[in-house]
Design a protein around this ligand. Structure first.
Ligand SMILES: Cc1cc2nc3c(=O)[nH]c(=O)nc-3n(C[C@H](O)[C@H](O)[C@H](O)COP(=O)(O)OP(=O)(O)OC[C@H]3O[C@@H](n4cnc5c(N)ncnc54)[C@H](O)[C@@H]3O)c2cc1C
Length: 385
């Protein structure tokens, strides 16, 4: 476990990387397809090698004394992502690297699959995607319609489509969730190479976190070999959708940290742009500042708890609800305080305002997080005491 002192040093190093992302964030917001042109920048190189375990050739993203940090624990990711999002959430999300898929790979893949996945980043910056959502199935993920029909030789034929998939059109490989049969354990996860026949991806035009180039993916008779079934060495109950569900808890503190980073950036920016506030505004700012501190504590507490027990995933749901709401509120307050022309006069604020509204949907909406919380409550995992 990282100590508070080391966490502070870790954060400072990540803040510097975030500052570099800020330098070209607005440019990429305007032209998302230009992001790969920046892939040689040290900041993108660092993100590209985040979350690669040392046994697969990973290098630390931060070294403090004899301690090496790879971004493999929830607490490291929550702290790093907040600082990177403080710089630019869109560019961070649009960067090369293992990203959300890395968390699932780390938990469910066998050693050959890990080798195949991680080795790409070691050669050159490489993008990945994580494809669960479909045009008509988002929150209701167990009802996805993409199908992977098994052949007698153990291979599969993939048909279907995925929607809102981050980095889908620039990725070299990614994870695709598909139904192999109509049973509850039928959803399997496949490690798919985007260069194969039958794969197509087109970017979608979006308002927030534009750098991530949300994409529409289609699979037409795409052939998948048996070794591409993620975690085929595990029992059916431990791999597939149900196995991945456990890993979602590990992603959530990071998504909450993204929203917190944007909220903090907008708050700090407001204070640099306006010095004098009336009593009502001062009161509002004090409350926001307290909520920023509280939300950070909650996210970090959730991350540390999940690092030792994934059953505590409901804590991250709580953090995500708070952080995404806070990001929306802070950006709104900043815009109100800076006057009617603020959306035109402050391009960064304009961007944060749009970015903040994307977090509500990423990795489960507020309603879905509340369903998680309710389930934790009625099953006794969470209590008021
Ligand atoms: C910036 C961004 C990045 C994304 N990246 C990815 C990605 O990389 N990979 C990927 O697979 N997906 C990704 N998504 C998609 C995201 O996961 C979905 O948008 C999300 O799951 C919601 O699904 P939906 O948009 O279909 O909305 P719906 O599920 O149709 O929900 C619409 C509304 O109904 C409410 N609702 C739905 N079901 C319930 C319920 N049971 N109880 C109460 N209320 C309910 C929701 O809260 C919401 O308000 C991304 C989305 C965004 C915005």
């Amino acid at each position: 476990m990282i100590t508070p002192e080391k966490l502070q040093i870790f954060e400072q190093e990540m803040r510097a990387v975030g500052e570099d992302l800020r330098e070209f964030g607005l440019l990429i917001d305007e032209c998302p397809d230009k992001l790969p042109l920046y892939s040689e920048r040290p900041s993108l190189h660092l993100i590209n090698r985040m979350m690669i375990p040392p046994e697969f050739g990973g290098e630390p993203i931060v070294t403090i004394g004899s301690e090496k940090y790879y971004g493999l624990s929830c607490i490291e990711r929550a702290a790093a992502i907040e600082q990177l999002a403080y710089g630019d959430a869109g560019v961070f999300l649009g960067s090369p690297g293992a990203s959300m898929s890395g968390i699932i790979i780390n938990e469910l893949a066998d050693s050959q699959q890990k080798e195949r996945f991680y080795s790409r980043f070691l050669k050159a910056p490489s993008w990945t995607f994580f494809a669960l959502s479909e045009p008509s199935k988002g929150s209701d993920a167990t009802a996805i319609q993409t199908k992977a029909l098994p052949n007698l030789d153990g291979s599969f034929i993939l048909n279907g489509e995925k929607y809102f998939i981050g980095n889908g059109c620039r990725a070299d490989m990614g994870l695709v969730f598909a139904q192999t049969n109509q049973t509850p354990l039928g959803i399997q996860v496949f490690l798919v190479d985007t260069s194969v026949a039958g794969f197509n991806a087109v970017p979608l035009d979006t308002m927030g976190v534009r750098a991530v180039q949300l994409s529409h993916l289609t699979f037409a008779n795409l052939h998948i070999k048996e070794e591409q079934v993620l975690g085929k060495h595990l029992s059916r109950a431990k791999r597939g959708f149900w196995g991945a569900l456990q890993t979602f808890h590990r992603m959530r503190p990071g998504v909450a940290a993204l929203a917190l980073g944007v909220a903090q950036a907008a708050y700090n920016y407001l204070l640099t742009q306006r010095r004098n506030f009336n009593t009502l505004e001062k009161h509002q700012l004090e409350q926001l500042e307290l909520r920023l501190i509280m939300t950070r504590s909650l996210i970090r507490y959730a991350a540390m708890e999940i690092d030792t027990d994934t059953n505590k995933g409901y804590l991250a749901s709580l953090g995500k609800v708070q952080a995404s709401q806070l990001a929306e509120e802070v950006t709104q307050v900043a815009i109100d305080c800076l006057g009617p022309g603020s959306m035109y006069e402050h391009p960064l604020l304009n961007k944060w305002y749009r970015d903040a509204r994307a977090f509500e949907f990423m990795e489960g909406t507020t309603n879905i997080q509340k369903v998680n919380l309710f389930q934790a409550y009625i099953t006794g995992k969470m209590s008021y005491a």
